[in-house]
Design a protein around this ligand. Structure first.
Ligand code: XIL
Length: 382
C-alpha cells in the first residue's frame, strides 16, 4: 500500500472505531481487512514463504502477504540440507533473505526445522569413512548445528520447529537415524540445545496426522517428557495437510481438546487441503513418499469444477469452525503457501499435477473457500 493510501485507511478505521465506542458497540472489521485483521483477536495467520516471495521477485504475492499474513515459515531454506549442506559448511544466503523479509514486513518470524530425518544430508549420521556415528558424536553434530543456526538468528527468529516428525502413526518413536543412533531422548537434547542458545525463542514440536488419537497421544507424551526434563515447549504444531474427507471435524476437535487437557497449546503450521484423488492408500504427509503420474490422478488440469470448489469451501468452513472454537489454545494458523500456484501439492506425491489446496487461486484471487473461512469469524463474533 502506498503511504498516502495507508494513512487514509488508518484514518478511516480510527473514525470507525471512535464511532463504535461512542455507541458502545464492538468495532466491525473494515471491509478491506485481510485474514490477519479478521482473526486478530483469535490467532495469528501465516504462510510458508519461498525465495520468489521473500526475495520479492513475485511482486503480486507480496501485496497478498502484506494484507493477509503476520507470521511466516520458510518452506525450505532453513532445512538442514540448505543451511548445512556439507560438514563444516553453513550457507545462510537464502535464510538471511527470508529473515530480512520478515523484518521489513513486520512478521512474527519462525524457523523450520532444526532436527528432522528428511531433507537432511547423509553425512550428518556418518563419520568421514561412512561409518555410523556414535551417540556422543551425533549429539555433538546436532549441538553444533543448533548453536550455529539458532545462534545466527537469535532475537530475530521468534520461534523454532525444533523437532519435526519424530513419531510413527501409532504414537511410538519413528526409527529415524536420530532415534537409532541417539535413542529416544534425542528430542529432549534438541530442545535443550535450542533453549540454551535462545531462551526467549518459542520452541515447537511439529508433526502430521496428529488428529489420529494414538499419534496425538504420542505427541502429548513426548512434550511431557521434554517438560519433565525442565525444558519449555511452547506448542505442538499440527501440520494439517488435509484431504477432503480426512481428518473429520470431530477428530480435529478431539485433538485440541486433548492438547488443552494436557496444558499444551496447539498451532496449525502447514495447512492445505488436497482436492485430488489419493495417489497412495494412506493419509501420510511423508515427503519421501512418491507415486507415478496417471491421468486419473490429475482430473482438474483444465480447471476446478464448481462442485469441487464448493465442496472445498465447505471443508475449509468446517475445519475453521473447529479452530475458532479452540482459539484460546491456538496461537496461529499457517497455510503451506500463498496461492494454489505455490503449493507443494502440485508436485507431491505425484509430480506435475494441478492442485487447488489453498484460499487464493493461481492469480491471487480469493476463492469461495476464503469467504467460508472469513464467515467463521463473522458469524461467531456476532
Ligand atoms: C515440503 C516443501 O513444501 C517442498 O517444497 C519440499 O520439496 C519438501 O518439503 N512437512 C513438512 C514440510 O514439515 O517441511 C514439507 O515441505 C511438507 C511436509
Amino acid at each position: 500500500m502506498r503511504n498516502s493510501t495507508r494513512r487514509l485507511a488508518l484514518f478511516s478505521s480510527a473514525m470507525l472505531l471512535a464511532a463504535c465506542s461512542q455507541q458502545g458497540t464492538q468495532a466491525p472489521v473494515p471491509a478491506n481487512a485481510g485474514l490477519k485483521d479478521i482473526f486478530k483477536d483469535a490467532f495469528r495467520v501465516g504462510t510458508a514463504l519461498s525465495p520468489r516471495q521473500f526475495n520479492e521477485t513475485d511482486t503480486a504475492s507480496i501485496a497478498l502477504i502484506d494484507k493477509h499474513f503476520n507470521i511466516t515459515t520458510p518452506e525450505n531454506v532453513l532445512k538442514w540440507e540448505v543451511v548445512h549442506p556439507t560438514r563444516g559448511t553453513f550457507s545462510y544466503v537464502q535464510s538471511d533473505g527470508y529473515v530480512a523479509f520478515g523484518e521489513r514486513h513486520h512478521m512474527f518470524i519462525t524457523g523450520h526445522t532444526l532436527v528432522w530425518h528428511s531433507q537432511t544430508p547423509r553425512w550428518v549420521f556418518e563419520d568421514t569413512l561412512g561409518k555410523p556415528l556414535t551417540r556422543a558424536a551425533l549429539l555433538a553434530v546436532m549441538k553444533n548445528h543448533i548453536e550455529n543456526v539458532v545462534g545466527r538468528y537469535k532475537g530475530r527468529i521468534n520461534g523454532w520447529d525444533v523437532v519435526n516428525e519424530a513419531l510413527n502413526e501409532d504414537g511410538t518413536m519413528r526409527q529415524s537415524p536420530w532415534m537409532r543412533i541417539i535413542g529416544d531422548d534425542f528430542p529432549i537434547k534438541a530442545f535443550e540445545y535450542a533453549h540454551a542458545v535462545d531462551p526467549q525463542a518459542e520452541l515447537y514440536y511439529n508433526d502430521y496426522n496428529l488428529e489420529t488419537p494414538a499419534k496425538r497421544d504420542g505427541a502429548i507424551a513426548l512434550v511431557k517428557r521434554i517438560r519433565a526434563a525442565g525444558i519449555p515447549v511452547t506448542a505442538i504444531g499440527s501440520q494439517d495437510h488435509h484431504k477432503m474427507d480426512w481428518p473429520s471435524a470431530a477428530l480435529t476437535d478431539s485433538m485440541f481438546t486433548a492438547f488443552r487437557a494436557a496444558n499444551i497449546h496447539g498451532n496449525v503450521t502447514e495447512l492445505d487441503i488436497d482436492v485430488l484423488p489419493r495417489a497412495t492408500n494412506n493419509n501420510t504427509a511423508d515427503v519421501a513418499v512418491r507415486a507415478q503420474m496417471q491421468a486419473r490422478l490429475n482430473p482438474y488440469a483444465a480447471g476446478l469444477p464448481d462442485s469441487v470448489q464448493t465442496a472445498l469451501a465447505r471443508r475449509y468452513g468446517e475445519i475453521f469452525k473447529v479452530y475458532w472454537k479452540h482459539r484460546d489454545i491456538i496461537d496461529r494458523i499457517t497455510f503451506w503457501g500463498v496461492t494454489d500456484r505455490d503449493s507443494w501439492l502440485n508436485g507431491w506425491p505425484v509430480p506435475g499435477r494441478t492442485n487447488y489446496p489453498l484460499l487464493f487461486d493461481r492469480n491471487g484471487k480469493p476463492k469461495p473457500a476464503y469467504d467460508a473461512v472469513v464467515a467463521v469469524a463473522g458469524s461467531s463474533a456476532r
